[in-house]
Each structure stands twice: as C-alpha cells, then as structure tokens.
Design a protein around this ligand. Structure first.
Ligand code: PEP
Ligand code: MG
Length: 840
C-alpha cells in the first residue's frame, strides 16, 4: 500500500483532512501520518522538516509514500525532510504538487485500491479537474471535459448496465468514492459515461468519476469487459439500488430530524419507554393498584396488635424469601433487590418505632406501620442521590405488602389466563410474582426503564413498555393489545395489518430466540468468517456459573466491588485470592479480565472514611482512589497476580483519564510483581494489563496510551455519561444517555484505530455491547470482543452470525455521519430489517 503524509501549517486543518480521508477510505489499510503545526502554543502555525521526516518514517512502506503539503514553507520543509532520509527510502517518497484537500482525498481512494505510487500521485495531481468541470458547467462553459484516463480496450465482449443516480447530491465525494472502490475490487476494465454521451471514463479513477459531475436523477451507463464483468456490474447495480450507501442517511437526504417527530409514535400507536425487549400480542388483563385504605383506630390491647403484626411480618418475609429464591436460581444479582426488602422487614429500628406508636398512642398497628413507612419513604425521596431516591418505591412496596397482609386483602397480581398486564405501575414484588407463562407482556402508565420492576421484567423475559401515560387508564379488560418492547410502542385494539405485521415479527423473534439458546456455546462468527468473542460481565461466582451456562467465551469484566461492599472492613489479600481463584476455576481456561476496584464517588465505602464530594461522579473514584490508597490497591493486585498462576487472567484498570495515572498504576503493579517474585510467590512471566476507556480524554488520546497498554476495554456506560454530561441513572436526562450517539461512536472509532495501529485489541464491556442496534455498529467499527451480562450472550452471538463485516462496516461509517443517537437508531433499525433481523 502507498501510505500518505500530510504536511500543513495547521494541525487543525490536517486533522480535518484526515477525517475526510478516513470517510472515503472505509476500513482500508492505508496509513496516514501528519506533520503539522508548531509546538509553540503562542505561535501554533508552522512546519518543521524534522517532524516531516518522522512522519515519513512512521508510515514508510516499500510501496511508497506520497507527501502532500499546503503552501509556502511547507514545500521547503518537505524538501529538507527528504534530505534527512536514507537514500533507498528517499527514492520511494514522492512530494506531490496536488492541492492539499482534493489531492489527499483522491490519493486516499486510489491508494486504498492498491494502486502504485505513480498512479496515486497522478490521481492526486489531477484532483482539481472535478471541481473545475463542475464549476465551468455551472458557468455555462464547457472548458474542461472529463478525459478518459486511458483508452477503452477494443473488446468484443462488453457488458453494460444503465443506472439512475438517486442521491440528492448526486455522485458527490462519498458515494463517488464507494463507486470507485467497488469497481476497483474487480479485475475487469470498467468504464462509465453519462447516458447519451459517448465519452467514457475509467470507473476506477476517483477524479474521472467525480469529474463527470453526476447529479440527482442523472442516468449513467457502466460498461465492463473481462472475466468478472458480470459480477462487477451486479455489484455496482446493488450499490446504486442502495443509493451508494446513502439510502438511510438522514443527513444526506437533509431531512431535519426534530426530536418531536422522532419521538412520535406511528399512527395508532402509543409511545412509552422500552423497558424489556420482545413482542407480545394478546388481550388486556387490567390490574388496578388500590392502595389499602388505613384508618386510625383506638385499641385496648397493644400486645395483641403487636402479635398480629408479627404474624403478618413473618408471612410477608416468607413470601419475599420465596420470590428471592425463585429469582436467585437464575439471576442472583437481581435477587438482591429482595434482600433489601427482608432487611427492612427485620430492621430493629423500624420495628421498635412501630411498637412505640402502638403502645404510646394506643392505635392500630396498620396506622403505626403506615406512619413509619411514610417517614422512611420521605427520607429516601428527599436524598439528592437519584439511585437512592428510586429506592423509595421499594420501601413503599414493602409497606403495601404488609398492610395488604394485615388487612387480609389479596395481591393484585393474580393473572389466571394468558394476557397482557395493564396497570398504572408495578412494584418489584408484583413483577416478580407475575407468572411468565400467563403474562405475555406488561404495559404501565408510569415507571422508568431503570426501575427494579423493569429490571425484573427483563430478567423474567417478559416484554414490557412502561411510562405510556394516562391513556393506559382507559384500557378495558379483554381489549386486544400489542406490546413492542424493542421500540417502546403499544397498540390498543390494532387494525388487521398491524396485527399481521406483529404476528410475523413475534414468530421470527421466537425462532431467533430459540435458535440462539440452542447454539449459545458455539462461537460467534460473521457470515464472512470474522470471529467475535462474546464474553460475560460478572460480579461474583454465581454470575460466573451463569456465564458458562449461557455460552460465554470468557469473562470480559469481573467487577470486583462485590467483595468490598456491605461490610465494615476491606477484604484481605487471601480472601480476595480465594474469590478470584474460585471464579477462574469455574471459567476453566477461558480468559478472565479482572477489573481493579471501582468504588468511591457514588459508591463510597464507609470504612474508607472518604470526604463527602459535591460531584461524586467527577470525584475520587476507581483508579483515582486506588492511587491514593496503595494499602487498598496492592493487596488486590497481589491477589489477582497470584490467581494468574495457572489461569488466563488479565488485569484491567478503570477510569483512567490521563497518561500519568496509567503510568503510576503500572509502576505500582510492577513494584508488586517484583515484590512477589522476591518472595518466591509463583506468578506468570507476563500478565496482560489494559485500561478501561470511560473518560473522553482517554478516548481522544488513545494513540498516546496504545503503545503502553496491552488492551483497551470501552466502558460505554461511563463514556456516554461523561461525553454527554448526563449522569447515568438520572432519569430526567435519560434522553441523552445513549451510547449510540455519534459523539460516542467517534471516540470508539478513535480507540479502535489507535489500538489497531499499535497491534492491540479492543473490547466493549458497557451496556452498549448487548444492545441489538449497537452491536452491528460496534463490529463495523472494528471491535472484535464484546462483553455483556450473561443472559444477553446467546442472542448477541446469534446476531453476530447474521452479519457480514462489509455491510456493518458500511453501516458504521454511515452512522458516523448522522446527527444524533435517535437518527442512528432509526437508521440501524432499517438496516437490521434488510437482513431479515427483527429490529431490536
Ligand atoms: C462502564 O462504565 O461501561 C462499565 C462497564 O463499568 P461500570 O458499569 O461498572 O461503571
Ligand atoms: Mg464504568
């Protein structure tokens, strides 16, 4: 490949050109180096021969290096740089007189087709012809006509197709590049001309194609001669049918995307929040949450009241334990919600306050209990931590259950025939008690996707749309409904065509779901043979077992916090070793990435006595804390290193924001390794050590980190939160928390490109990895490892098997041109439909 060096007075200008070159080159192997600007911040413009020499050395290839420069001293500096090079290299470097922007784009395309240095230079030098041609046409002259780049061969066996270019801006740079690249993949000689014009040009030359100045609805004639002529024409025909990669490009079609328009539901549907994926068709089972009415009654016998209370409490405790155990069998993490319930039901402070009210005021226990619960709910609601505020819902739920028990009412959640539950809101315990065999779907008036009931619906595999609004209150029992838990849509009494459409979608989804479960342990390989590792995010030993059961290729993220939370002192080295070792043993020889401690900030540990912070997410979290507390960090590193003896352990450091932090962490690790070796403790010769990319500074400077790390793992949850300045878990800014935002995608691409250049690998381990709409884009951006919660693995692997790398690369490139996460989701939904995938 001929590689390219850009020389400019301005580093900003050069960066912009590189951006444009990458857009037209797709995922090509061409390397680009930049020598631009001066290092003096007060005089940032300038060029420097030594920098140019270094840039040439960086991308030197025996196939050649083309150097493009802007003006004035750039030319002089480039000439000097040549003098610094060894003679044999100098002969393979060409200084090119092309205009910088047009030349760079033309060179990038030609080089990505594998052309020679002469050919790439010629294309770059002829790069202005397209612009001159187009402007002269506009001025009514025909000064420079497109020149055939070489005479068409005399051939008897010419095949032809006629194509209409529908793109709004005609064959402008991006579609023209795709056209040329597609033609360039075939051996045949391929020519293109406007219809009714005999002048043909070489379809493999970007300049020549661009110079034709094809506009919207122009007809072109493509002729091919050679062994693969038919295939070439078919490929170009397909490309035209797909509007040269712009079929769904909202920005290319210049449709303004108002947030209101995209948030609107299709006619006849109501839009809510997509809380649990899946489709459901059925009749409404309307449940009404009636808050038990409690009266204040005088009583004579407080002891009798308290004994009634004990019986009711024990009944609710025992039901809660049953629910917890039922959930824990498959989903231990979610089961912990009910541990918190049990703690409240046995909290000595709560119980003694109930007793005091009953005894002092001589009132009924229902009244006393309601007072204590209301106080606790208000206390949680007034906290300034969103997560804790959401827990008020859980306490209210426990409160209602005890009251229901005391008053002898029955639970509202009994569903005795298959249907879609319609309710104003569902508590976690109601959700957990729903029988998935009868509950086809859930539709609620209120609620958010982060509530525990939404988490449980996902856990139980019940499709759910929550927060649909007051219209839900008017749904009558037995009304036919459709729930689309992917798009967050609800149809009340849908017409036949919608019902038929969803019947088909449901059938397809079921087939995919079942196929995915059956083939979960098989590797995930795209249709064109690219293997994608699908690993698990786990938090304890139970999760590790679930990971294996779901076919995980390894553990991509072991959150070690589980060992440190809910206790009064930190776990010592041996306790940590036992825990990590048990997990490593379960995973056998599969790789396990252990993340060092990510606490502090919003997850303070009382025993660390940390100062209260105004903005915990911007505070002393994760590695920032560990660097301050080697007494916490080093025992963990020792435990991990000891586990690594005999297992495929990798170490991952969270929340790195600056190279200095990385180097300090690395040196503490090196020190720990040396200490263990001195003590004769067996540890492997080498352990891979990588960093999480969760902070935009780390993504933007990934090329600085890349030479020093063994791998990157992108924590999309935090990367999204920090990129969009939208706190995760804060529902009022939930509309911003979407990792498919192009601003996040650009950073992911930056990380992948930097990693590839340094020969390192990249994984994505945030929620985004399991998102059906995001997964193809991530693979298209070049991510080869994904890590997600164990339950998502079978579906993710199955989706990978339906993808073709070439397609998803194109989708990813197009996604990068869109304006918002919403636009990306609309786009990818249509793309998934084209490959017969349910939309996700
Ligand atoms: C992330 O931020 O995406 C991530 C995986 O880490 P956590 O969710 O544990 O913060
Ligand atoms: Mg994180």
């Amino acid at each position: 490949m001929v590689n390219i060096v850009l020389v400019s007075h301005s580093s900003l200008l050069a960066a912009g050109i590189v951006e444009m070159m990458r857009m037209v080159m797709q995922q090509s192997q061409v390397s680009i180096a930049v020598a631009a600007g001066a290092d003096d911040p007060s005089h940032p413009l300038g060029t420097d021969a030594a920098k140019i020499r270094d840039a040439i050395e960086d991308v030197y290839s025996d196939d050649g290096v083309l150097v493009l420069m802007d003006l004035g001293s750039a030319v002089l500096s480039a000439e000097m740089a040549l003098d610094f090079l060894a003679e044999e290299k100098r002969n393979r470097v060409r200084l090119c007189a092309a205009p910088l922007v047009e030349g760079a784009i033309a060179a990038a395309i030609q080089s990505s087709l594998g052309a020679s240095l002469d050919r790439v230079a010629a294309e770059a030098e002829g790069a202005l012809s397209g612009k001159i041609e187009s402007l002269s046409q506009r001025a009514g002259t025909d000064a420079i006509a497109p020149q055939p780049s070489s005479a068409p061969p005399v051939a008897t066996d010419v095949q032809q197709v006629r194509l209409v270019v529908e793109n709004r801006l005609g064959l402008h740079a991006r579609p023209a590049a795709l056209f040329v690249q597609t033609a360039g993949r075939f051996q045949s000689d391929i020519r293109v001309a406007r219809a009714h014009d005999s002048r043909q040009v070489n379809a493999k030359s970007f300049n020549a194609v661009a110079a034709l100045g094809i506009r919207q609805y122009d007809e072109i004639v493509v002729s091919a001669t050679g062994v693969d002529a038919a295939d070439a024409l078919a490929a170009l025909q397909r490309l035209a049918a797909e509007k040269f990669g712009e079929a769904d490009d909202v920005s290319a079609d210049q449709q303004p995307l108002s947030p209101l328009r995209s948030a609107d539901a299709p006619p006849g549907a109501l839009r809510g929040i997509a809380a649990s994926p899946g489709y459901a068709l059925g009749r409404a089972v309307v449940l009404r949450n009636v808050e038990p009415q409690v009266e204040r009654l005088a009583i004579d016998d407080p002891a009798a009241e308290m004994s009634r209370f004990s019986v009711a409490l024990e009944a609710v405790r025992s039901r809660t334990r049953q629910v917890r155990d039922q959930i824990a069998r498959r989903h231990p993490y979610e089961a912990a919600i009910f541990d918190a319930y049990l703690m409240f039901l046995s909290d000595p402070d709560v119980l003694s306050r109930v007793q005091q009210i009953v005894e002092r005021e001589r009132v009924n226990v229902e009244w006393a209990w309601q007072q204590v619960v209301q106080d606790a709910v208000h206390a949680f609601e007034s906290l300034d931590n969103d997560y804790m505020r959401a827990r008020a819902v859980d306490i209210r739920d426990v409160g209602v259950q005890v009251l229901t028990q005391l008053l002898g009412h029955t639970a509202v959640t009994h569903v005795d025939q298959p249907g879609i539950v319609v309710v104003d809101d569902l508590s976690p315990s109601d959700t957990a008690r729903l029988d998935p065999a009868n509950v086809l779907g859930i539709c609620t008036e209120r609620g958010s996707s982060t509530s525990h009931s939404a988490i449980l619906a996902r856990t139980l595999g019940i499709p759910a749309v929550v927060g649909v609004g007051p219209a839900v209150a008017h749904v009558r029992p037995e009304t036919p409904l459709i729930i689309d838990g992917f798009a967050g849509l609800v149809w009340i009494d849908p017409d036949e065509s919608v019902a038929a459409d969803y019947t088909a979608k449901l059938a397809q989804w079921r087939v995919t779901y079942e196929r995915a479960q059956k083939s979960s342990t098989a590797p995930a390989v795209t249709k064109d043979g690219i293997g994608i590792e699908v690993a698990a995010n786990i938090g304890n030993l139970e999760d590790a077992r679930a990971a294996l059961a779901n076919g995980a290729d390894g553990v991509g993220l072991l959150r070690t916090e589980f060992l440190f939370l809910d206790r009064t002192t930190a776990p010592d080295e041996d306790e940590q070793f036992e825990a990590y070792h048990a997990i490593a043993r379960v995973m056998e020889q599969r790789p396990v990435v252990i993340r060092t401690l990510d606490v502090g900030g919003d997850k303070p540990l009382p025993y660390l006595h940390m100062a209260r912070e105004e903005n915990p997410f911007l505070g002393q979290r994760a590695i920032r804390l560990c660097l301050e507390r080697p007494d916490l960090f080093k025992p963990q590193l020792r435990a991990i290193l000891r586990t690594a003896a005999g297992h495929r352990i990798r170490i991952m450091v969270p929340m790195i924001a600056d190279i200095g932090e990385w180097r300090r962490a690395r040196s503490i690790l090196d020190e720990t390794i040396a200490e263990l070796r001195n003590r004769g403790v067996p540890i492997p010769d080498h352990v891979d050590v990588g960093m999480m990319v969760e902070v935009p500074s780390a993504a933007l400077l990934a090329h600085i980190f890349a030479p020093e790390v063994d791998f990157f793992s992108i924590g999309s949850n935090d990367l999204t939160q920090y990129t969009l300045a939208a706190e995760r878990g804060n529902t009022s800014v939930a509309y911003l928390q979407d990792g498919l935002h192009p601003a996040v995608l650009f950073q992911i691409r930056q990380v992948v490109q930097s990693a590839e250049a340094a020969g390192k690998w990249v994984s994505v381990c945030g929620e985004l990895a399991a998102d059906r709409q995001a997964l193809p884009i991530l693979v298209g951006l070049g991510v080869k490892k994904l890590s997600m919660s164990p339950g998502s693995i079978p579906q993710a692997k199955e989706l990978v098997r339906q993808l073709t790398l070439r397609d998803v690369q194109q989708w990813a490139n197009q996604a990068l041109t869109l304006e918002s996460a919403k636009a990306v989701r609309q786009f990818i939904r249509r793309k998934l439909a084209t490959i017969g995938e349910y939309e996700g």
